[in-house]
Design a protein around this ligand. Structure first.
Ligand code: GMT
Length: 376
């Protein structure tokens, strides 16, 4: 199949899912046409069956806001016509679902039918999508999507309760390619960060408010008062300055390593003992799944779709949002008992295998085949 993919290229789960799905489909012989305003950060365009079409919006003094949607719709039309797309898959509803609808209508006037799949990722529904100013457009373009998928059962429930959706929503969970999650671990890189045999906690996110990174610091502060421990922070975003200030106030800076943005967290996870994700809400928590695939158990909140990924008492522990006491107690339970840590590591790994790409990819392919055959 010739498949168009629209996604955000920036650091974030929806871009990762779009890219990894496209890469896996390309390996199976589908021709994948990515469209984004810059190259998705995990995409290698020098690969068979992968094509990248940049959506570049020219500036003009009249525009206070650049017309990204119009340029993207034109790009989709162009790629659909000249690359003969069979279908379009847009990741993140805002504004991609309505842009897909616009492109579909333009193509219809050229007697071309281009079905589109909208994948909901989370904040497009739970945060941004809740803004009433988006409501009519989101509802309309979701109802017009030829298929909607959601990355967790919880997000499907949230979508149905937030918008009046008559369309069916298929849950296709996020995934990872387990083959890539091999431990490149050498004691030397672990020693660099934890020279005296300290335990290593890790947090990976885009440092937005919803991630509650300050709770990571509060939990870490409690843990390191009981056992020798280091914290590695991966990522960057709007909360970073506040986090740096808090780390100074708590006097924890010497035990915290801020790595900033990295393309792939596998190496860091390979030297970590415990992953912490205290988010206000999380439709799925792909970063937690990536940790589990590297045998790193997870301390997280029980919010959104996290309980579908992190199984309480098995792959890690769940706590209420903001309950840093409970999160610290759970972290200490795992980190101070090597047998328990070893068991949780294996259980996390076993659970992550359920989300291997080989189990999930056929679900997308089945959906695509249905849409393409309906279009004929
Ligand atoms: O977490 C973010 O802010 C990024 C966001 C995105 O769209 O890139 O992540 C969302 O999509 C991921 C992939 O489906 C999910 O794993 C995340 O849980 C979800 N984030 C939230 O719901 C906050």
């Amino acid at each position: 199949m010739n498949i168009g993919v629209v996604c955000y290229p920036t650091y974030g789960g929806s871009g990762v899912v779009a890219t990894e799905l496209g890469k896996a489909l390309a390996k199976k012989g589908h021709r994948i046409h990515f469209m984004a305003y810059s190259q998705p950060f995990r995409l290698n365009v020098f690969s068979e069956n992968i094509f990248y079409h940049e959506v570049s919006v020219n500036d003009y003094p009249l525009f206070e806001y650049q017309p990204y949607e119009s340029v993207l719709a034109s790009k989709i039309v162009d790629v659909a016509v000249y690359e003969k797309l069979d279908l379009l898959h847009v990741h993140y509803a805002i504004p991609h679902a309505s842009v897909a609808y616009t492109a579909q209508q333009i193509l219809k006037s050229k007697k071309i039918h281009l079905p589109y799949v909208t994948t909901l990722h989370g904040t497009d529904i739970t945060l941004v999508g809740r803004d009433p100013s988006f409501e009519p457009v989101i509802r309309f373009s979701l109802n017009c999507s030829n298929a909607i998928t959601s990355v967790s059962e919880n997000l499907k429930k949230e979508t149905l309760s937030t918008f009046k959706i008559d369309n069916k929503i298929d849950v296709i969970p996020n995934f990872i390619n387990m083959e890539e999650y091999v431990r490149p671990h050498t004691d030397c890189s672990r020693r660099r960060y934890a020279p005296n045999g300290e335990k290593v906690m890790v947090h990976v996110s885009n440092f937005r408010k919803v991630k509650r990174v300050e709770d990571v610091l509060y939990v870490f502060d409690k843990v390191r008062k009981q056992i020798p421990c280091k914290l590695i922070l991966v990522g960057d975003g709007p909360e970073r300055p506040a986090i740096e200030k808090l780390c100074r106030e708590l006097d924890t800076c010497n035990d915290i390593i801020n790595l900033g943005k990295i393309t792939n967290p596998i190496e860091v996870l390979s030297i970590s003992d415990l992953f912490i994700l205290p988010s206000e809400t999380e439709s799925f928590g792909l970063s937690a799944l990536e940790a589990m695939a590297m045998k790193v158990p997870v301390i997280s909140t029980n919010s959104g779709g996290l309980p579908e990924v992190n199984i309480h008492g098995k792959t890690g522990f769940l706590s209420n949002v903001g309950d840093v006491e409970d999160m610290a107690a759970n972290a200490l339970k795992i980190l101070s008992d090597d047998n328990m840590l070893a068991n949780f590591r294996e259980q996390a790994f076993a659970h992550a295998r359920l989300f291997d790409i080989n189990a999930i990819l056929p679900q997308y392919e089945k959906l695509y085949r249905r849409l393409v055959s309906e279009a004929q």
